[in-house]
Ligand binder design. Structure first.
Ligand SMILES: C[S@@+](CC[C@H](N)C(=O)[O-])C[C@H]1O[C@@H](n2cnc3c(N)ncnc32)[C@H](O)[C@@H]1O
Length: 324
């Protein structure tokens, strides 16, 4: 954290904010680029994590429901990959709801390390898990998993099962996903990697999953602007933007955008950001895979697919990867 006055250059009387430099630099770089973007990891402040949980309960948002069903059925099969004293390390753990299915299926686990960028939310979730699973050493790690992962002392040398549900891998473009899979492959003493990914399907089903009728996903996306106003002292008129979900058939991905309803200028950290009418900020990608495509992709990063579990309608996949 660095203390600076975000609008000091233009408003000497502006209150001083405690600004997260990583957040500020990333937002400024994204909004001053020729195609405006915001990295999707910034969707998750406390309110973003709450809204994501609300999304997972929506009828249109099938991924959580379907992946949960797959794990209910197959999680006990993971026991074969768990040597004694093993730890479960989860990337982007959110509310760790699906994790409970794995913890229940693997009573021999000694430790659980949930890693999430949404620090305050992670803290609440980890306390609840510690209370519910007193026999497991719960060691939350508030971190960006795209940075180098430094595991808590004593865990680095223990056997580890990695868990990455929620199709969060889909938020990365192919190069980013490959790099992440490669870095996980390089972690010491990993016995397996359980990873959930969404499958290519009908465009209408996909778009509805990211643009629901109750407007919860819209609120989740627009909360980015609320967060930037609060944490960086910007002056976005949130009502002057709308949420949009688009299917990009070339890249096999759903894109989330915030579209400017009119020409406008926003002030941010001493800069003036101009928006043309209908210009968008690209805020999230959710890449979709085929089962064989994901297997080939994982192989490029040095992982062998031991099993891929899908639901009966082949809407979602959970792969169990082993180090080659
Ligand atoms: C799509 S949600 C999935 C949550 C949960 N795993 C599930 O399956 O429902 C993505 C989660 O990953 C976290 N996240 C996103 N990008 C991250 C990053 N770069 N580093 C750490 N956590 C991240 C978010 O805070 C959020 O909790």
């Amino acid at each position: 954290m660095t203390v600076l006055s975000p609008d000091a250059a233009r408003s000497p009387d502006a209150p001083t904010l405690d600004v997260d430099r990583n957040f500020a630099d990333s937002i400024l770089a994204g909004l001053t680029a020729s195609r405006k973007t915001i990295e999707s990891k910034w969707l998750y402040d406390v309110e973003g994590s709450r809204l994501f949980d609300a999304i997972t309960t929506l009828e249109e948002y099938y991924p959580t429901r379907v992946e949960t069903g797959i794990l209910e059925r197959y999680a006990p099969d993971l026991a074969a990959l768990m040597p004694p004293d093993a730890a479960l390390v989860e990337l982007g753990s959110g509310s760790s709801v699906k994790t409970r299915l794995v913890l229940d299926a693997l009573p021999g686990l000694s430790a659980y390390v949930p890693i999430d960028i949404s620090a305050a939310h992670l803290d609440v979730v980890a306390r609840a898990l510690s209370a519910d699973y007193p026999e497991i050493d719960v060691q939350p790690l508030a971190a960006d998993f795209t940075d180098r992962i430094v595991l808590p002392a004593g865990l680095a040398e223990r056997p580890k099962l990695l868990f990455f549900p929620g199709s969060t891998i889909g938020n990365f473009d192919p190069d980013g996903a490959l790099a992440l899979l490669g870095r996980m492959r390089a972690l010491p003493r990993v016995t397996g990697f359980v990873i959930g990914f969404d499958l290519i399907k009908d465009e209408g089903v996909l778009v509805r999953a990211y643009d629901d009728s109750k407007g919860v996903t819209a609120a989740f996306n627009l909360n980015l602007l609320v967060r930037i106003n609060r944490e960086l002292g910007a002056n976005f008129d949130v009502d002057a933007f709308r949420h949009e979900a688009r299917w990009n058939p070339t890249a096999n991905r759903i894109e989330m955008h915030l579209v400017s309803r009119r020409a406008q200028t926003v002030s941010l950290l001493g800069q003036r950001i101009e928006f043309a009418m209908e210009e968008s900020i690209h805020t999230e990608n959710s890449h979709k895979y085929s089962v064989s495509g994901f297997r080939d992709f994982a192989a490029m990063a040095g992982w062998r697919t031991y099993a891929t579990w899908t639901d009966a309608k082949t809407r979602f996949g959970v792969s169990v990867l082993l180090p080659d």
